[in-house]
Ligand binder design. Structure first.
Ligand SMILES: [Zn+2]
Length: 146
């Protein structure tokens, strides 16, 4: 049973999720993480630091509940979807390894687990090298995703 943790109740969360549906993006990969995609504090137009806090709590709740896109649609919540860095890395893995071999390099794509890689000329480095904590949290999310 999924329970709301960062709002008083489901209604309060749903209200916030609808309000901020244009500010969040959810990964369509296995991990289903949600992040803030666009937000600007506009003090003259009713949105300020309190709004940002509410949005941050909304994202925390989305990541607590890990709702599937279908579940979100059932709730009337329509947000952007894309691939997070780690799901993108996973989807690129076969092609990236093949290209690395073809270019005469080690096919080491996605094997650096501690945020470090000495292949500084590799064109995949920005998408490949991942912080160890980020990778651990991602694997935990994948384990519990629906
Ligand atoms: Zn993802």
């Amino acid at each position: 049973m999924k329970t709301v943790r960062f709002f008083q109740d489901c209604d309060e969360f749903l209200k916030a999720a609808l309000k901020f549906s244009g500010n969040m993006t959810q990964c369509i990969g296995k991990c289903r993480i949600t992040w803030i995609s666009t937000y600007q504090i506009q003090p003259n137009n009713g949105s300020g630091p309190d709004d940002l806090l509410e949005l941050e709590n909304c994202v925390k709740e989305m990541n607590n509940l890990l709702l599937c896109p279908e579940e979100l649609a059932d709730l009337g919540i329509f947000i952007s979807h894309g691939l997070c860095k780690l799901c993108l890395r996973t989807s690129l893995l076969p092609t990236a390894k093949k290209n690395q071999r073809k270019e005469g390099n080690f096919d080491c794509f996605a094997s650096a687990e501690n945020g470090f890689c000495d292949q500084t000329r590799c064109k995949y480095q920005t998408i490949c090298v991942t912080d160890a904590n980020e990778l651990r949290e991602w694997r935990e999310r994948i384990d519990i995703a629906c």
